[in-house]
Design a protein around this ligand. Structure first.
Ligand code: MFK
Length: 549
């Protein structure tokens, strides 16, 4: 506590502790899933990233008022479309390359655990990065997509830079999908691709939300004109590779119309782009572009879930620390039963979001290492939209609770707290809204043949639950049964199915979170740590099913 004759009482601010050392959820999870030698290898990297994250957090508080700047012309009138990013972004870019925040996911050294190792680092980095995680997500999505579907020549042209650990070589990628006509319904995109006599494809159109417009390349969709005709819908689009700058470093026949004036993510330059004959290379044929870009979507949706979990964790850490420093009604508010109970509810939601996210990450690693069973592949297809949509909603609700936990200080800009909520609000919007993702779940259920993989996952998590966890396990099973019943009752009525898709998805997402919490709690209990049991019980008390009627 500090103060003085002129100021009266002054409240101590929250302090950000070590994000790795103090995160028992992350540490307990890594101890459970990673082989000991791999954890030993990874741990120094996590400790270093935690240190950098604290440093970046303080820099980002100092840099709060700076935003990216768009300079369309140089002093002599040349069209340059320079985007000046903030100092934190420049530092974040260096850290991202050197610490391999994309590369780690593709390196051999962690084998099938490469994604867990990568996203553990990303989870520590993200909430301090002023959304530099956004270009990294798209970079990862582009690397994964190009490696999977592009020609050897195209792969060689871009992937080494996307996966580079040298800041001078490192490239980021954009993902230009959204148009004025097609945000969710991408098949309505109007951008046209025409071929020059020399065979070069060129793009003409307007992209309405292009985040991180300072990236060196992008994957985008356009409708090829062949013999003067185009094909409508998502099938008539093709996936194209674009380099944003020409040999002289000038815009490659594209123009930044303006930067968006957004509610949050204000450090992230998101532009409206005009494509004015931009040279482009088809990535995988001249049709089915929507299908071809889905590997990218699934990777960026995973990043989205990691961001949601990391924002929750950051908010909880600050609110918990603050509650130990803030005295009201005769005691630190952490000792006041109602405030403590509120934070414990938030901690349970945070842990649930973490486990659903990292189970998805584990499966992604398994599938990419070609070590997944067919059932695990199907589970990943179902979990990707579920993790994205469930955690994004939790993140907005949780970040709102965090601000409230600070009282008026949470509403005041220079505490740095309001941006947490504003930034979180993008998570249920970009990369597919909650409703679009709920419909994707229905699509995935059709593709995979139903709830079987989720039922098997619940059996796996709930097998051998100790007595202390029988209650929460029953809550998870009842919610899953209710979801299965609902699906059976409505599966022949498409409009009912669609109307209830969000309730179904949130119920399944929360059920999986509870089951994964129980699995972790049973393991921790056997190691002598009872705390995760309390977390699982608390999550069950918060309620799981979102179905009604
Ligand atoms: C820090 C946080 C990180 C986040 C950073 C991201 C910043 C980037 C900012 C953005 O760009 S946000 C814009 C993102 N836009 C979207 O996410 C689009 C949302 N809309 C959808 O996802 C729609 O569901 C979709 C466009 C895919 C619907 O289009 P269609 O043409 O009606 O889809 P259709 O016909 O159902 O599916 C076409 C094919 O793709 C089908 O396969 P088949 O042709 O073999 O039958 C589908 O099964 C397949 N498919 C669709 N979604 C899939 C998928 N396959 C795998 N996974 C999926 N998710």
């Amino acid at each position: 506590m500090s103060g003085g004759p002129d100021h009266g009482f002054c409240q101590e601010p929250p302090r950000l502790g070590d994000p790795y050392a103090e995160d028992e959820v992350l540490r307990g999870y890594l101890r459970r899933v990673l082989p000991g030698d791999l954890l030993e290898q990874l741990e120094p990297e996590l400790e270093e990233m935690a240190r950098l994250a604290v440093e970046l957090y303080h820099r980002s508080l100092e840099d709060r008022l700076h935003e990216p700047e768009h300079i369309p012309y140089d002093p002599w009138g040349r069209h340059v479309d320079e985007i000046r990013v903030t100092a934190v972004w420049q530092a974040a870019e260096r850290i991202a390359a050197e610490k391999g925040l994309v590369a780690t996911g593709y390196e051999e050294r962690f084998g099938r655990w490469a994604r867990v190792a990568q996203f553990a680092l990303v989870y520590l980095f993200t909430p301090s990065s002023d959304l530099y995680s956004c270009p990294l997500a798209m970079t990862d999505g582009a690397a994964g997509t190009l490696r999977r579907t592009a020609s050897e020549e195209l792969r060689q042209r871009a992937v080494p830079q996307l996966l580079s650990r040298d800041p001078k070589e490192f490239w980021t990628s954009g993902q230009w999908m959204t148009e004025t006509a097609g945000g969710s319904d991408v098949g309505r995109s109007e951008t046209i691709a025409r071929q020059d006599a020399d065979g070069t494809w060129r793009l003409w159109g307007r992209k309405w939300f292009t985040s991180a417009v300072n990236s060196q390349m992008a994957l985008t969709l356009a409708r090829p004109e062949v013999d003067g005709a185009t094909t409508p819908g998502g099938r008539g689009l093709a996936l194209f590779y674009v380099e944003t700058r020409d040999q002289e470093g000038l815009p490659n026949r594209l123009r930044v119309a303006r930067l968006k004036d957004k509610l949050g993510t204000r450090k992230l330059p998101t532009a409206e782009l005009l494509l004015e004959g931009t040279p482009a290379i088809p990535v995988s044929g001249l049709e089915r572009g929507v299908k071809h870009i889905t590997p990218m979507l699934n990777i960026t949706r995973t990043w989205n879930a990691v961001s949601s979990a990391s924002f929750l964790r950051r908010g909880l850490a600050l609110a918990w620390d603050y509650a130990g420093r803030r005295v009201a009604f005769g005691a630190p508010i952490l000792e006041q039963p109602l405030h403590r109970d509120t934070l414990e509810g938030l901690a349970a939601e945070t842990a649930g979001a973490f486990h659903l996210t990292f189970r998805t990450v584990e499966l992604l690693g398994l599938v990419e290492a070609e070590e997944a069973s067919p059932e695990e592949e199907r589970l990943l297809r179902l979990l990707t939209p579920l993790a994205k949509l469930t955690t994004a909603k939790q993140s907005v609700a949780g970040c709102s609770e965090v601000l409230e936990a600070f009282g008026g200080a949470g509403y005041v800009e220079d505490t740095g707290l309001p941006s947490l909520l504003r930034d979180a609000q993008v998570l249920p919007i970009w990369e597919g809204t909650t409703n679009v993702l709920s419909l994707d779940l229905l699509r995935a259920l059709q593709e995979t043949g139903g709830l079987g993989p989720i039922a098997a996952e619940l059996d796996r998590c709930l097998a051998d639950s100790p007595d202390l966890l029988i209650g929460p396990a029953a809550v998870a099973r009842e919610a899953f049964e209710a979801a299965s019943r609902w699906l059976r009752e409505h599966q022949d009525r498409p409009s009912n199915l669609q109307a209830g898709a969000r309730r179904l998805a949130l119920t399944l997402g929360r059920t999986l979170e509870l089951a994964l919490l129980i699995q972790q709690a049973a393991w921790s209990l056997a190691q002598g740590d009872p705390l995760p049991v309390t977390t699982a019980q608390r999550f069950a008390d918060e309620g799981v099913s979102r179905l009604h009627g």
